[in-house]
Design a protein around this ligand. Sequence first.
Ligand code: DQA
Length: 142
Amino acid sequence: QHILVLHGPNLNLLGSREPGIYGRQTLADINARLQQVAAESHAQCTAFQSNHEGALVDRIQAAAQDGTDFIIINAAAYTHTSVALADALSAVDIPYIEVHLSNVYKREAFRHHSYLSSKAQGVVAGLGSFGYEAALRFALAP
Ligand code: DQA
């Protein structure tokens, strides 16, 4: 099984970025934990972060060709703005879970709408970095 984890803009700054909201773990910490959980199930977990919308679209398109079975995506701010990412996910037709570290529903109103949720298998918000692990364990469940 091959799981792709996508991280959107500013998530490269995790650890130092608004730690009261996003926690102290770095993106490398999160990715390492996901690799470990995947390895325990003899699965592969590939992570990709970009601050650029088009690079994320390109990576989603590539997933259709590289044997990706499942996508876990925290599109960060692009969640709330990007028809292009939603269209790319629909185009490749790979099941995905949307993850947010913070509970976007107790934050500003502009974070309450997501272009990705309506076609997601599930949405996890507010569980911090454990949200990625929960999504991964779901994807790996037999
Ligand atoms: C986020 C929530 C978004 O609203 C925000 O723009 C982010 C991170 C989260 O993980 O909580 O960058 O996706």
